[in-house]
Design a protein around this ligand. Sequence first.
Ligand SMILES: [Zn+2]
Length: 262
Amino acid sequence: MIQKEVTGLILRATNVREADRIVTIYTAEEGIVSALAPQARSYKSRKMSSTQQFCYGKFILERRGEYYRILDADLIESFFGMRDSLEGLALSSYFCEVLEDVATAEPGRDLLRLALNSLYATAEKRAPRWKIKAAFEIRLAAIIGFLPDILSCSECGTRNGDFLFHIMDGFLQCAACRQKQIDERREEPDEGRAHIVCPLSSGAKDALIYCIYCPVEKLYAFRLAPEDAALFARAAETYLLHHLERSFTTLEFYKSVEREQP
Ligand SMILES: [Zn+2]
């Protein structure tokens, strides 16, 4: 039997049989892993508290044919504070659902750090939820290979003023270049896919750039005017969902309970 120790975050936990649990863990070492936690729900089990959704811990796994069994588990962090509010819990569920969707069997330290950072900030209320959400969305998109080119207008190179963010191609067009395009009646390049644009102010653009390139532990250390915040949040969500080509039930639920919008 091969045993290994991994460090990871429980994205999903499903109760099976009388006392067992099947969990999906996002690990630093192996990417996404499914494992059976036998007797996880029995009264005496040490594993009980560490194999619930959102738990981050160390797990000793043993390979049994197609799947792993959890032999032992040690809780590192449970992000307990997120359970104070339905909104916080809903947002955390969204982070886990996105991670499960994009995760592969490759080591994913950057994604794991981003997820832990986002859950911690949500639990400890380190920033408004809309900010934690948008920062997660744009940073995650960049990590998994959808890095947008939004430092400046793709045509004239300006970094100031109002922009259109061309979502699928991931580039910026300033208002002046946009007007020129309309005046010259140039068509959008048609590559057989939906043409989606989000308006971006200079401030909203700078916030997106910050979230992509800053050290992950400083992810929320930026200021935004209220009118920029709404553009920033909309662009981040639109960008991620269109590149993943899907929405998430947890996101719909979060939106149905969240009243604090940027
Ligand atoms: Zn331009």
